[in-house]
Every structure is written in structure tokens, then in C-alpha cells.
Design a protein. Structure first.
Lengths: 253, 253
DNA sequence: CGATAACTTGATGTGACTCAACTTAAGTGG
DNA sequence: CCACTTAAGTTGAGTCACATCAAGTTATCG
């Protein structure tokens, strides 16, 4: 937070953007970025606030600069379901549609680089190279969502929990360090138990039991509610029911 | 089958394509279509045959002309998971990637309009308007996959079964008739029980029990394994746990 | 430091998976 | 074209993982 606050907008031509080299903006020329710079500006949202409500007309899109945004669907009987998590450099918002079928909510305090949706849509049509990047990114996202759907559906809660923990440990590495660095021993999961449960398709109670089970068997150690120490990564992978290669692929998206 | 066999390719300039007005080709000019016509040709696959194996390099893409293609993922322990079903006019294949993370298999006998992948990719880059349509279609698909993920995850098997039956009844209507015609009384689900189970994230046994339960309570009537008569649509909707509006939206994708 | 939310732990009921037998449908070759 | 074979679908019994309800414990924030 403190660091991101002093940075210019994501696509700023000054080039000091934290996520620049990982977002779609990377495909644009200096002039393109200058143009994007004009239609974008940074905004912060407190944890829990709604960025875009389900079914509401959406007028902003953009990139996550910092924090985690949850993409969720609330059914008629009131239970939430998280269908996606968005991390720094991920694009948010629903292009080319009147309204969003899902709600975008700040799962942590977040910093976003927001743009007026119609303005960005016009920009895309005028810049096929960047629209091409958007298409590629969307195709990757589609694969990732399907992969996650396959995981949440065919596996036990323990397998999902283990997968999530391992993927988060890898993702943190992918974002901070470069190359194929080993997984950090400390895993930070910045989500509440309820959000994790909604993402994994289970309840906070069952989730807690599984986490404690992993802690009792010395696979992880609970530092606090959102921090874990990875004592036995190999065992964690075994619990996930996936191969290491698959897990690393999921984490890389 | 018999009818599709005598039709020219999907994007044929002769304009007698069955799915033309629903596929991305609709955005192209006459010249564009002629160009597509040159790189595409129709192929048929027998039920059960693999169009594109998981993890294999993929060299073809295209549109479904007739039949149903299942997009599935096989995990290490061998159980299949269907992450998507493709119907006539849907695009298949993984653009801009070396290999497909999922396998494409013919769930019924299918007729495809296939194109050489690199050739179509080159075509897209040269035709931003059509690539724009691809992006919109992909965004729609992403929404649909997420919506389905939310359904399979938070609902009981009965709710999923009811949803599937209702959506299939609507989808058939959307494809054959035009406008907001009432749902047909006869629902045709051209998939095997195993495929349906893999799609719904359950087993053939549990699926069968739920279908028989609906039949016993006179909500549907089993004509044969793949055909059902809708005796009480309102009850079916009630069993699905969704609103009618939501179901219709799902079916329209 | 007190209040409220977040998380953990316990007890209990049940939906759905598993293994297994049976029935019906779909191919196949003589 | 019909017996034979094999696959597909249905039904049954038993078990278990997980949701639910409820109480207790630990964080978090004013």
C-alpha cells in the first residue's frame, strides 16, 4: 500500500508502473500509453467495498495494482460463490457488455488503475495490437477458470485446500522474485476464512478443520490466521492430489 | 447429419451455411469469407473419437457444425471432468497456444468446420474486426464458464440435474425456433449418463437416482435414455434452485 | 479495555460416493 | 434375422465426508 500510493498510474508513460511489464499495456507504443494515461486514474477501495455490483451497469474497467479482488456471484438463497480471484496486473471489469454478471469486491484493501469503460473500448478498437493481447489474456483466463473448475469439482476439500496453499506459495514467488525460485517457506493468504471457503466451495468450519489437520500433521505451521509456514511442501503436494507440474502451471497463470 | 453433409463449409461464400449467422464469420465481408473458405474444410468425427488430445500440440481450430463436443480434463487418478460442452456454431480449439490444456472429444457424431490454426491466426491478425468478434465471444464464454462453475459448486446434485434439463430444453428451442418460443415439451439430451455425470460433477448412479426421482414425482417422463418429456416445467425450475430468468440467461449463451 | 467479528472445535444428520447385482439396450457375427 | 455378447443404465446396501447447528476461543477495532 504505502509503496503503491506514490506510483503513477499503471500505464503512465513515465514507466514507473509496478505492474507495467505484466499487464496488457506492455504491447502498446509510447504514444498509446500516453493516451491510456489520459483516460486512466488510480483509485483505492477499502477491504469489503463493492467495486462493481452484480447485475449493475458497469462503467469502469482497469487493472489491479495492489491487493486482491474477488469476483463473486450471489445466488437467490443468499450464499456467495467466488468464481475468480484477481491479483496485481490482472484486468478487471466486463468489456463489451452492458452489465456484469458478477460482482467485483475488494477482498483486501486494493489499489486499482481504473479507466472509463467506453473510452477504453474505443481505444481497443483503434489499437488492434492491444486488443490482440486482450484476446490472448482472456483465452488464458478461460483456461485457468476451467482448470480451477475441474479442481473444485472432482476433489475433496483437503485436496482443494492443499492446492490453494501451494498455489499461493508459488504465486507469491512468481510475483516478487524472478525466474524459477523455490517456493517461499512463508505463505501469505490475504483472504478471510469465509472468502477462502467461498472460493473452494466449502464452509469456514470444514476449511478450518482441514487447515488444523495439516498443522497437526506438521505439513504447515499456523503463524496467524493469514500466514502459514510450509514445513513439508512434498506432503502438501501429495495432499493436493495433483502433480507438481500441474500445480506450478496453475500458479503461473 | 444427412442434412449437414450436403452443405458447403461454414464460412462458404455461397452463404448456405447452417451456422453462419451465429458464428464469428458473420462479422466478415464477402472477401474475408472467401479467404476463410480457402483455409477451411468440413470433417466428421464418430462419437467417442478424440479431436484434440489433452497436452498435445494443436494444429486445428474451427466451428461445430453439428453434434456436441466435450471439453474435458483427465486427472492423474484417471477420472474425467467435463469443463465445457460445445454446440453448433461454437468455436473449438485453443488459439495462440502451443498445446491445449484440455481434450476435445466428440460426445456425439459431429461435423466440424476445421481450419489450420496458424492460418486462422494469421487471418485474425489481418482482420481486426473478426478478432474483435472473437474477443467478445471469448468474454461471453468466460462468463458462461464462471456461471456454470458457481452452479456446480454450490448446489445439490438434484439442482444441477434440474438446471441441465431445463437449459437443454431451452437451448434446443433457441437453436431451432426463433424468438421467445415456449420450451419444447420434449427434451433431447444427446449425451451418455457418464458424460452428463462428468459434466455435473457427480456419478452415473447418483444422476440416475435423481432422474428417476423426477420421473416418479411426475416432473418429467422418461421416453428413453436420451429423451424426456417435460410434464411440469414449473416444478423443474423449482428443483433447480434458480430463477427462471437466470436459467434462460444460461441457456441463451 | 470492552465489544464485536473472525476463527476454531464439537456433536450430529444426511447427501452422495462406492461396491455390487441386476435389467435393458445396442451391437455383432453366424 | 435372431441368438449371443458387451455396453449402458438402474437399483440396492453400506459408509463416509461434509454441511449444519451450536458453543467456545482468539483476534480486531473503537
Amino acid at each position: 500500500m504505502s509503496q503503491a500510493a506514490e506510483l503513477s498510474c499503471v500505464c503512465g508513460k513515465s514507466g514507473n508502473c509496478v505492474i507495467y511489464n505484466r499487464s496488457v499495456c506492455a504491447a502498446g507504443s509510447a504514444e498509446d500509453l500516453a493516451q491510456l494515461d489520459r483516460i486512466s486514474h488510480q483509485r483505492t477501495y477499502a477491504r469489503g467495498s463493492v467495486i462493481q455490483a452484480q447485475g449493475e451497469p458497469c462503467d469502469i474497467v482497469g487493472n489491479i495494482v495492489e491487493g486482491v479482488v474477488k469476483l463473486s456471484s450471489t445466488s437467490v438463497n443468499g450464499d456467495d460463490h467466488i468464481v475468480g480471484l484477481l491479483f496485481p496486473s490482472d484486468f478487471f471489469g466486463r468489456l463489451f457488455a452492458e452489465e456484469s454478471r458478477f460482482s467485483y469486491e475488494a477482498a483486501t484493501d486494493v489499489t486499482l488503475c481504473t479507466m472509463n469503460k467506453p473510452a477504453f473500448e474505443r481505444f481497443l478498437v483503434e489499437h488492434p495490437a492491444i486488443e490482440h493481447e486482450m484476446l490472448k489474456a482472456t483465452l488464458d483466463e478461460l483456461d485457468a477458470v476451467r482448470e480451477w473448475a475441474a479442481i473444485t469439482n472432482g476433489h475433496t476439500t483437503m485436496q482443494r485446500v492443499a492446492t490453494l496453499l501451494y498455489v499461493f506459495s508459488r504465486r507469491a514467488v512468481n510475483q516478487h522474485a524472478k525466474g524459477n525460485a523455490p517456493a517461499s517457506r512463508i505463505v501469505h493468504v490475504p483472504l478471510s476464512r469465509r472468502d477462502i471457503a467461498d472460493y473452494l466451495g466449502t464452509t469456514p468450519e470444514t476449511l478450518s478443520r482441514n487447515i488444523q489437520m495439516l498443522a497437526r500433521s506438521k505439513v504447515i505451521r499456523n503463524i496467524n490466521a493469514k500466514h502459514f509456514e510450509l514445513l513439508n511442501p512434498a506432503e502438501l503436494i501429495r495432499h493436493s492430489g495433483e502433480t507438481r507440474a500441474d500445480l506450478d502451471r496453475i500458479a503461473s497463470v
